[in-house]
Structures are given as C-alpha cells and as structure tokens.
Design a protein around this ligand. Structure first.
Ligand code: ADP
Length: 335
C-alpha cells in the first residue's frame, strides 16, 4: 500500500499561445490506506487529475508520488495501480473468470496463483457462482463487480475509480457503494474515487477533495465540508438542497454573505424574517418551501406533521444562530 502525493500539479492541454490550463497547481496528500473522493461539477478537472495519477495524461508541472516514488516519468503499467472505469469494458467472448484472470495471464503469473487470486476476489465480491458465465449473462451491477475483481486480483498499491457507478440505476448505485466501502474495509487499499455526485462523495469518502475550475476548494472529511464549507462554492455544491446564500438579509453584515442550510431554519410564530412563499415541494418525510426574503432566494426544510404554508402566502422563519456561516462577499471565502 502507499500514499499519493500531489505537489503543485499543473495540467495544460495544447502548447504555446493556444495552451489551455485546466489544473492550476493542486496540492494534496492522500494517506496510506485512505479512501479519498474527488468531487466537483463536470469539467472541473477531476478525471484529468485521476488520469495524471494513473499515468494516462502527462503532468505539465509539479510532481506526483506514489509512496516514496515520484512517478512523473513512470509508465502506467509500472505504477502499481489498478483503475476501475464507468465503462467496465469486459471482453464479451471470455468467461468472467477469464476476464478477471486476463491481466495476470499477460503478466505471466503462474496458473495456480491466478486461480488462487481470482477465487479469493470472487469470494469477496460474491461472484464465485458466476465465474464460468459470460459477462452478458450478468446484471449491470454484477458486471461492475467483475470489473472490480479484475482490479483486485492485481493486488495494486492504489485503486483509482473514475465514476464507476454512473451507469447503474439508483438502487444498484446505493448497493454498489456499500460493496465498495466493504471492499475498502477488507483490503485497506489506498483509493482515489472520482464522481460529480455529491451524495456519492459524502457517503463514500473518508476525506473529499472538492474541486472547482481546476482548483481545490476544500480538502476535508464529509463532516468538515458540510459543517464548515471553505467557500460559497463548497456551501452551494455540497448538500441537497444547497445552503442558502443571502446578501441582503435584515441584520446582515456589510461585505459578508450569510449562509444558512434549509434544515437549520425554524418556522416561528413571531419575530425572525418574513418569507414570501412561492412553491412547496412534498418529499415524503419533509417539505421544501421555496420563496424569498428581501431580495434573496430562500429554501426552508419543514418536517412532516408541521402545517404546510401556502404558495403566495408568507411564513415567519428564524435561522438557528449557531448554524450561521459568513463568507466574504468579494472572494466567496469563509470569513
Ligand atoms: P471532469 O472530469 O471534472 O468533468 P475533465 O478533467 O474531463 O473534467 O476536464 C477538465 C477540462 O479539461 C475541461 O475543460 C475539458 O474540456 C478539458 N479537457 C479534457 N481533456 C482534454 C483534452 N484531451 N484536450 C483538451 N482539453 C481537454
């Protein structure tokens, strides 16, 4: 196993005047055995960063080390990593056993050793009874498990996951998430996992790197990122619905943006703010009330059983004082 160090990593596509810089000096230290998720909107540079760790993209500036070894000039096959993609690309004419064994066969690992490793991985992934079938005889989730098995048998120092769950339906995605967590608990292999889905990031990560436009906005545990977002970007990207960001509330501070999550606002009989209600969304155990306060948009979460406000009406709401976040209006950074 190994740590992964990113030191002032820069990526530019193209050359000279036409060069397009997409990664702007990323620093991150992923600990040995840690499960880190890189999350951010489409185009922010997540896959590029992962592909640089894998050796599939060149590094324009800076340094990447796996363990003590700087790998800038090390071929992908020599980096001791295994990658799991969204598109699991199994060979259709091979059995699942052969698919999992293929990389080892190419690497000339002895037959009985291959058998031992594939059987062990299949047992962990509950694929033992499916090994003699072809991929087309499996469900999408089972195929993704074969793809993970193919990575496990290599016994790499590092797992790299590039949106591996995005082809699965919601239920299967949730199940596979649990399997990946279990896998990490059992094997303890350092893992870097890319997703654009903040729920996936929150549930899987030991720590998460929130990226925006080629920069790291925050690197922290899910709790830190949720409870102490480093910027308005993180505040509005993590959490669903996002944190409210208010510029002109009564009692606000000059030059500051007030952040308050929808779940940290109470409905009150008097005092507080007067909210103009526009729509109410019923989500089963709770309601989301959408409206405005002053000139700002506001979302409030109300638990089941409380009276529902009417669209077009007003609602008195009070943010919990210990749940307020302040951000510099100019930079968006936490104040
Ligand atoms: P993400 O994985 O977060 O969606 P990517 O890492 O794929 O983002 O892309 C980051 C940026 O780099 C995007 O603006 C994308 O258009 C650009 N990009 C990615 N690959 C290439 C390439 N091969 N050539 C030029 N630009 C690229």
């Amino acid at each position: 196993m190994a740590s992964i160090s990113l030191r002032r990593v820069v990526k530019r596509y193209g050359h000279g005047a036409k060069a397009n810089q997409v990664i702007h000096g990323v620093d991150a230290e992923i600990r040995d055995g840690e499960f880190v998720v890189i999350v951010g909107p489409s185009g922010c540079g997540k896959s590029t960063l992962l592909r640089m760790v894998a050796g599939l993209e060149e590094i324009s500036e800076g340094e990447i080390a796996i363990g003590a070894r700087v790998v800038n000039d090390v071929e992908p096959a020599e980096r001791d990593i295994a990658m799991v993609f969204q598109n699991y690309a199994l060979y259709p004419h091979m059995t699942n056993f052969e698919n999992m064994a293929y990389g080892l066969k190419i690497a000339k690992v002895p037959k009985d050793e291959i058998r031992r490793r594939v059987d062990k991985a299949a047992k962990i992934l509950e694929l033992t009874h499916l090994l003699e079938r072809k991929p087309r005889e499996l469900s999408g989730g089972q195929r993704q498990r074969v793809a993970m098995g193919r990575a496990i048998v290599r016994q790499p120092q590092v797992f790299l996951f590039d949106e591996p769950l995005s082809n699965l339906d919601a239920k299967l995605r949730a199940q596979t998430r649990i399997e990946i967590q279990k896998l990490h608990r059992d094997l303890g292999i350092t893992s870097l996992f890319v997703t654009h889905d903040q729920v996936e990031a929150m549930t899987l990560a030991q720590r998460m790197i929130v990226m925006n436009a080629g920069h790291v906005e925050q690197f922290g545990t899910p709790e830190e990122v949720y409870h102490r977002p480093a910027s308005t970007f993180v505040a509005s990207f993590i959490g669903s619905p996002p944190m409210n960001l208010l510029r002109s509330v009564p009692g606000g501070q000059a030059g500051r943006i007030l952040g308050i999550r929808p779940e940290h606002i109470d409905v009150v009989a008097q005092g507080g703010w007067e909210m103009q209600v526009q729509t109410v969304e019923l989500l089963g155990a709770e309601r989301l009330v959408y409206g405005t306060v002053g000139g700002d948009a506001l979302i409030v979460r109300i638990e089941e059983g409380k009276p529902s406000p009417q669209p077009g009406g007003t609602l008195r709401v009070l943010p919990r004082p210990d749940r307020l976040h302040w951000f510099h209006a100019e930079t968006g950074q936490r104040a």
